[in-house]
Write a protein that binds this ligand. Structure first.
Ligand code: AMP
Length: 595
């Protein structure tokens, strides 16, 4: 292998990451990235932009490395030629594999390297494409053994998807705008459309951001909702709001073009294969369209949505069998349209997008598109019938599996509370309250969409350590310690509690397998695990606590469900925990909640 000697390569990126991590100030972080981009040729800067966003590959790409923490652990141990105990000690010093790598590789790693970003990028592709754990491990070993200890630290962090230098993609966008003197909004928009911060940077450098176009089958970020606690609070927000049930399924973006249909999850992964009955149903839309909606499990007997746990049974399968499709049918409830007939519609107000959605459903119901050969081969098993009033409420639903989400509105807070109770009775999770004048903001959690759920508050948390249970659960890892993020710009994970209950036996046994394969450190009774598994937890209260570094602990936490649709950087922050704590103090001013 011939290396071009280049002083501005992986080494410079690693040094830049160290400087970014050393400051907690957002502006300073951005300034360092700007300086770095400006010191680089566009090609290098664009590769670095992807890595600095905490990604191995651009967001839209389907590729994943499939290199787990356990493999990285083994590879590092082999390169450093140390025992498991020494490796565990190094890990324990930092709680982070990248930082442990710097420590243990210091004595053996080359003091200089000529590793280029271009080479790293190519190696990542090779690792992603090669099959078999042993082959992958040998490529990872080769790459890491060429790196200096500092380069290895950041290679490990990038590979494990755990950069943790407090740099979010939005800050990389900001730095791109500043470095190439482009309007921030144009950079954001191009990145949203392309799903590739590297390509966005290249366009910014060439002053061609205006050329970024929506591409079918390249998913864009999902608009997210903010929680509200009461119907009164929800009612106060907007002058003109639309209410929809909050369905308990999996968010999905559907791209439909000439009979070709793909569904993407919130993590922008292609999940079409998990729902073989949906492409055929969606192919009735004849124009190119992109929908936003929720995939639900649907009971034929009870004529209503089934709990999420039913859908999860299907999601766990590698291959969805005909029997599975009959036993747990799915439907797709559509609540937004992002693109139709050649036009990107996200800037139009919800009121107009809703009207457009109605028209599209009406047209598709009247003139179903001729199905292509490809989709006909996927004829669903059996037919579906839906609760009559759901179909009637929605204008022009396509009978069967694709439903236009029914809409309502409330004229008082009491009315809204009533509709909320009805949504719960229908088996849904609560209500979504959406500002009719709002545009669709991809990838942003704003206050234009609100969610009202039954639980007083829930938190999305990430599992950091697991333990074997007791009694009949002694053989499975059933006790989970979980954490929130320190803040939006500080990626440290801070534990806030430990939960034992909430998952089914089947889920626990599947999770046990995953945790065993993704353990970072075996501490005997306890295992530190890769912080990848996101849970939604409910609890009775938030307490002040010395037990955790976070300073808080949840009282009686219960796992509501696994959240495979969320990534660890989407978990809640300590600010939100503190906010819930403060709100409690207002409701229970006796201060009984602090322990
Ligand atoms: P949460 O997962 O609690 O953050 O709530 C947001 C999620 O609710 C979205 O990502 C969707 O998957 C889901 N959802 C269910 N029904 C709707 C709806 N009508 N509009 C928007 N999101 C919905």
């Amino acid at each position: 292998m011939v290396y071009i000697h280049c002083s501005r390569c992986m080494r410079q990126l690693a040094e830049t990451c160290e400087r970014i991590a050393a400051t907690t100030k957002k502006n300073e972080k951005v300034r360092i990235v700007v300086e770095y981009f400006q010191s680089q040729a566009t090609v290098e800067a664009s590769i670095a932009a992807v890595f600095l966003s905490g990604r191995v590959f651009p967001a839209y790409e389907e590729l994943t490395l499939q290199v787990g923490g356990t493999m990285l652990w083994q590879v590092l141990r082999e390169i450093a030629r140390i025992s498991d105990e020494d490796m565990a000690a190094a890990y324990r010093r930092y709680g982070d594999l990248g930082s442990a790598a710097l420590d243990i590789l210091q004595p053996v790693a080359p003091k200089h390297s000529s590793l280029t970003l271009d080479h790293v990028e190519r190696e990542f592709h090779r690792i992603a494409e090669i099959r078999g754990a042993a082959s992958k491990a040998s490529f990872v070993r080769l790459l890491l053994s060429k790196a200096t200890a500092l380069e290895a630290k950041y290679l490990v962090k990038i590979i494990s998807g755990d950069l943790r230098i407090g740099l979010r993609e939005s800050l990389v966008e900001e730095a791109t705008a500043k470095a190439y003197e482009a309007p921030y909004a144009d950079v954001q928009r191009a990145n949203m459309l392309l799903g590739d911060i590297g390509e966005t940077l290249r366009l910014a450098a060439d002053h061609k951001l205006g050329e970024a176009r929506m591409r079918m089958f390249h998913p864009i970020g999902f608009m997210l909702a903010s929680p509200v606690q009461t119907a009164e609070e929800a009612f106060r927000y907007f002058d003109h709001a639309q209410l929809e049930d909050k369905y308990d399924g999996i968010r999905a973006q559907a791209h439909v073009s000439q009979g070709e249909v793909r569904l993407y999850s919130r993590t922008l992964d292609d999940v079409t294969e998990a729902f073989p009955e949906l492409p055929d149903a969606l192919a009735v839309f004849s124009d190119d369209v992109i929908f936003d909606g929720e995939v639900l499990a649907w009971s034929l007997d009870e004529q209503r949505a089934l709990p999420f746990s039913q859908l999860q049974k299907r999601l766990g399968r590698k291959k969805v069998t005909a029997g599975m499709m009959r036993e747990i049918p799915v439907a797709y409830v559509v609540f937004d349209v992002l693109y139709a007939g050649g036009e990107l519609t996200i800037d139009r107000p919800l009121r107009e997008r809703g009207a457009l959605l109605d028209q599209l459903f009406m047209k598709a119901a009247q003139f179903p598109a001729k199905r292509t050969e490809r989709t006909r081969s996927r004829v669903p098993q059996g037919t579906l019938a839906f609760e009559a009033d759901i179909i009637q409420q929605s204008s022009g639903s396509i009978p069967g599996r694709v439903i236009r989400a029914p809409l309502t509105s409330a004229d008082s807070a009491e009315h809204l509370a009533e509709i909320f109770e009805q949504a719960l009775e229908r088996g849904n999770e609560g209500l979504m309250i959406k500002d009719l004048n709002s545009s669709y903001a991809p990838g942003r959690r704003g206050k234009s969409w609100l969610k009202l759920k039954r639980e007083l508050a829930t938190l999305d948390v990430v599992v950091t350590a697991v333990e074997f249970g007791h009694g009949k659960r002694a053989a499975v890892l059933s006790d989970y310690t979980f954490a929130v993020r320190a803040s939006d710009t500080d990626d440290r994970l801070l534990n806030v509690g430990k939960a034992y209950s909430g998952l089914t036996d089947a889920e626990i046994s599947e999770m046990t397998k995953w945790f065993l394969e993704h353990s970072l450190e075996d501490q005997g009774f306890r295992r530190a695990v890769e912080p990848k598994i996101v849970l939604e937890v409910a609890f009775n209260a938030v307490m002040k606590s010395e037990r955790h570094e976070s300073g808080y602990a949840l009282r009686f936490p219960r796992i509501l469900r696994l959240r495979p649709d969320k990534t660890p950087d989407e978990v809640d922050t300590l600010d939100r925990v503190a906010e819930i704590y403060q709100r409690q103090l207002l409701s229970f001013p006796t201060g009984k909640l602090s322990s």
